[in-house]
Write a protein of this length. Sequence first.
Length: 486
Amino acid sequence: MDFLQVGEIFVAGKIIGVGCVAVPLRVHDRIADLAGEQSDCFHQPRREWLVFEGGAVLHLSKGVPLHLQCSTTENLKSLAEFQTGFRYMRLARSFWFAGIAFAAGCTAIGSSQYAERFGTPEPRERVVERLPAGDIDYWRDVKPIVENRCVVCHACYDAPCQLKMSSIEGIERGASKAKVYVSTRRKAAPTTRLFQDAHSVAAWREQGFFPVLNEYPQSKLANRDASVMYRILQLKEDHPLPNAQILPDSFDLSLDRKQFCTQAENFDKFSKDHPLWGMPYALPAMPADEQDVLMRWIEQGATYEARKPLAKENLDQIEYWEQFLNGDSLKQQLMSRYIYEHLYLAHLYFSEIPTIRFFKVVRSATPPGEPIQLIATRRPFNDPGVARVYYRIQQDLGSIVEKTHMPYRLDEQRMQRWETLFIDRTYEVTALPSYDEKEASNPFRTFEQLPVSSRYKFMLDEAEYTIMGFIKGSGLPWSGGVERDQ
């Protein structure tokens, strides 16, 4: 391999259009002094490259890997030309640094390798009208295993790598390297709430989520090799937990542990660095029959049939409650806003129906009888941006887990109670309150026209739910204090 000397820095390797480069902080100052031409590659915020034949050095201010994408393919090298990547070594003193930047499993290079093997990846929806006879059925075969072994970690607001396996939509969405809760964050991060902030696999890819299932053209080989889910299950099978009472120090079980959100294209490096980190993490492997079901499902393309529609008895209850929540009088509208802003995290259920299903109350731009047009704001009191808000009942599609489960009963007794508290009382609502943030964030001002005793009794009726809102609400990670509404 050829070495190019640039001042005190030695660089080795070649790049094929995309770079992911990391530089030690103490090397940074020397690189920052070097001059070079502007590259066609970019990253936000934009940074300059120092470009030379067959390679490039990125000016970094921190030793954190960045992923960059080229806007042109003008000078792409063939994959065979790629050697081992970049290495930066400081020789001016008695120490040097090696193997920092391009590792063999760098995502950019891995992507090119996978594209050569399997073709061009594209986000895809996996729902099918009917599964072929003999195929693994997600609802019957896969979901019970996932709920038993996976969702205990991959279901909460801060699921590792934002991989929420509590629904098939969460598995399709995939994972993200962006952390939900960061104690040093000073500004609000974009929200990435499943079923709210994007509604298709392609839309989640635009928000930076990467797949854990194969999105290259379908084949059994691609479905195995290009699936993080398959390979991380296989890793556990190949490297089971050591037969010891205490786990090795390589397992970090702290609440604020560093996340390693590997992609299929760099999984070889991940498995080499962390051979014991197969899933379930730090837990025994799945039984062979359950492992076989999951891996066969992934091999067949992780396809699934659409959910069965709700039973008529549920639809009738939804219609009944939506009529109640969407009265036209100012008194009714203010009551409904009060109920929504207190119950938006609740798992509502109709106790008069034998088969329990859970629902959410949501804000919609469309009235009852029409498809829900969700109003997705960061907080429940943010300006909805429409002249009239409608409060709708929507099925909760995720697995129910204790960490976020706050059940709330809806029945005839509940409706009569709310009518007594908010409708039958003699008082006047002269105007609906503003959604101005300073006012809307203060419930004492927002709902001052509602009788104080009615508000008090509403919260006291379900005191446990009220307290659970502070304990299980989205503003509190299990590892720290208030951080981000997610």
